[in-house]
Design a protein. Structure first.
Length: 279
């Protein structure tokens, strides 16, 4: 009689890429579940994907553009704020889904084996689909201003071709930061509450509702250290002609992304082995 001995993986970094491909049907199921169930049993349903960014844009125009009088570098306020909302919404989605992977899925993880990385990856994908819907609204508003404003007001340029790269960087930043936080919350439950309002505060340290040039001189270098800053600035520069295309900043953001993603994979791999003892 042949006896099979099952041994735990002891590698310092054990990510089963073949397993992720083998369980791709489960990945697709998670993506579909995230999209279908979010607004299930609501009256407006998927229309919330459109309503939320539109109402947020109107509120930003009233508060930051009207009351606070924050500059948009000459760009139309609806376009400027919508551009920031679309990008930040996707980053926030990737971060939020990844930051509570172990807590939300503890029951499933304790009963069934599958590559755990499928869950945050599916969240990144479903968030991308939501972001593309909101991007369509941005394009409609953009075309309206192209047809109504004098020629040359909106200075679209070739750097907009970087958009897929910028979105990928946003997704990896959000997912890697979220995985690190998720691994920490298995032991320190208070981290969950700290993250909830911490990520909201972090938005104000990112040029979402203001251009970097509008920040006070003494704070500008600090905001530039934010790895998301060159991403937001590059996108607004590419489609609106405001902001800046800082290649050194994008290189810094890319290196920061690679380092945090590397650390996140290591920490996530080590945590998933024994997280059921702490969740």
């Amino acid at each position: 009689m042949q006896i099979t001995e099952i041994k735990p993986h002891r590698k310092w970094c054990d990510i089963d890429l073949k397993g992720i491909w083998r369980y791709r049907d489960l990945y697709y199921m998670y993506v579909r579940r995230d999209i279908v169930t979010q607004y299930k049993q609501t009256i407006l349903g998927p229309l919330w994907y459109i309503i939320q960014p539109l109402f947020t844009t109107i509120m930003y125009m009233f508060v930051f553009g009207g009351l606070a009088g924050i500059s948009t570098d000459g760009a139309p306020q609806p376009l400027f704020y919508m551009a920031g909302i679309v990008l930040w919404g996707y980053f926030n989605e990737c971060f939020t889904v990844s930051s509570d992977v172990f807590g939300v899925n503890a029951n499933v993880f304790g009963k069934v084996y599958f590559p755990r990385l499928i869950v945050p990856l599916s969240g990144v994908t479903s968030g991308l689909l939501k972001m593309l819907i909101q991007l369509c609204i941005f394009i409609v508003i953009y075309l309206y201003y192209v047809l109504t404003l004098p020629a040359g007001t909106l200075q679209i340029n070739a750097s907009l071709l970087l958009f897929p790269v910028l979105i990928f960087m946003l997704a990896m930043h959000g997912m890697s930061w979220g995985l690190i936080i998720s691994s920490m919350t298995t032991k320190y439950r208070d981290m969950k509450f700290l993250v909830q309002f911490g990520i909201q505060l972090f938005m104000y340290a990112t040029p979402v509702i203001y251009p970097l040039s509008a920040a006070p001189e003494k704070y500008r270098d600090i905001i530039a250290l934010n790895p998301l800053t060159p991403i937001f600035e590059a996108f607004k520069y590419g489609c609106l002609g405001c902001g800046s295309l800082d290649w050194s900043g994008l290189l810094y953001s890319s290196l920061f992304m690679l380092v945090t993603l590397f650390l996140a994979v290591i920490i996530f791999s080590r945590t998933e082995r024994n997280f059921m003892d702490t969740v």
